[in-house]
Structure formats: C-alpha cells, structure tokens
Design a protein around this ligand. Structure first.
Ligand SMILES: [Cu+2]
Length: 165
C-alpha cells in the first residue's frame, strides 16, 4: 500500500468512527441524545451550509428526525448522499429514522442538516442555533459550533490510526 493510500484509508476510518471529542456540549431529550454537533465554515461564494452530529436513541421505539429549523437560512432540509451513476449527489429525505438502541451519524458524505440560502456565511467560532423536531421526542434546541475544515481535520487526526502517532 502506498503512503497516500494509507493516509486516505486512515482519514476515512476516522471519519467513520468519529469518536467523542468534546466538539460541542451534548444534548438530551427523552431517550434521545445529540452529540458532537458541528457545522462547516462557508467557503467564499457558497450560500449553503451543512451541519453534522450523532443522534443516539436509547429508547425502545423507533423515532424520527422530521425536520430542523434555523434563523440563519431561508430553508433547512434533511439530506443524504446517494451514488447516482458513479457520482455522489445530495438528495432531500423526508425524515431520518432513529432505530432503538442505535447511533445514527450525520457526517460529511452522508446524512446532514442542510441550510439553503444562508443569510450570512458561516464563520468559524460562530454558534448556530438549530431546532431539531423529533416525531416522538419533541423539539430540541441545540447550538452548533462552526469549525474550519482545518479544525475538523485536526480533530479527526488526533484519533487517527496508531501508525500516525
Ligand atoms: Cu445537502
């Protein structure tokens, strides 16, 4: 395996495993927990934003994230990424299913909360207030910290494969 391949593999692995890292304070409502919320700083000229988090359902029934609201953009949608003829594309989903006993990850390249038509670019250090609306759990207000891609990358590298340390 070439060094570049190892690096890519390690990055993918840490993306998939994204361990608890003190990225943000954690939130609880009923049997749901929302952890490690973060949003990506807006590159210049980009008018959309995305937020990521993990949602744990410690209950015994399936719940769903039905929608999210925020003042920072004209619209907020729930999105996933799908392979379409060899190209990854974002697609809106009606809701995100949260199975009992499972951790659902919203992460780059997968499920995410999408902010359409940002009123102002997301700046690193900013906190974005977001209301998550769950089918059973009710409404949960969270603050999503905005990170630079470097911060997000550094956070992930801290937990990378043993050979990198
Ligand atoms: Cu999206």
């Amino acid at each position: 395996m070439k060094p570049t391949q190892t690096l890519v593999t390690a990055s993918l692995l840490t993306l998939l495993l994204l361990p608890s890292s003190g990225l943000s304070q954690d939130y609880r409502i009923g049997s749901l927990a929302v952890d490690q919320a973060w949003a990506r700083e807006s590159p210049p000229t980009v008018t959309n934003g995305a937020a990521f988090m993990t949602i744990t359902n410690r209950g015994t029934s399936t719940d769903r994230l039905m929608s999210a609201d925020a003042e920072v953009s004209e619209r907020v949608e729930l999105h996933t990424h799908l392979m379409d003829q060899g190209v990854m594309r974002m697609r809106q989903v009606d809701s995100i299913e949260l199975k009992p006993g499972e951790v659902t990850e919203l992460k780059p390249g997968g499920l995410h909360v999408m902010f359409i038509g940002l009123k102002a670019p997301f700046k690193a250090g900013q906190q974005v207030p977001v209301t998550l609306r769950f089918e059973r759990g009710g409404n949960l207000e969270i603050e999503v910290p905005v990170k630079t891609m470097d911060e997000a990358g550094a956070m992930m590298h801290k937990h990378s494969a043993p050979e990198a340390q």
